[in-house]
Write a protein that binds this ligand. Structure first.
Ligand code: SF4
Ligand code: SF4
Length: 56
C-alpha cells in the first residue's frame, strides 16, 4: 500500500523535497501522495515534523 498523508499535515513541504520519485505535491491545505507513484520507501515519514505520512 502507498503512503498517505493525514490531516495532521502542516504543509511544510519537507516530505516533497525528500521523495525520490516526486510522488508528493501540494494539495488543498495539505500535501498529498500519488498512490500510483509512491514506492513505499518511507522517506516522507522520516522527515515529517508531525508524523503525518503513514503506510495504510
Ligand atoms: Fe515518496 Fe517514499 Fe513517501 Fe512514497 S513513501 S511518498 S515514495 S517518500
Ligand atoms: Fe505535511 Fe509532514 Fe509533508 Fe510537512 S513533511 S508537508 S507536515 S506531510
Amino acid at each position: 500500500m502507498a503512503y498517505k498523508i493525514s490531516d495532521e499535515c502542516i504543509a511544510c513541504g519537507a516530505c516533497a523535497a525528500e521523495c525520490p520519485v516526486s510522488a508528493i505535491s501540494e494539495g488543498d491545505g495539505k500535501y498529498v501522495i500519488d498512490a500510483d507513484t509512491c514506492i513505499e520507501c518511507g522517506a516522507c515519514a522520516g522527515v515529517c515534523p508531525v508524523g503525518a505520512p503513514s503506510a495504510e
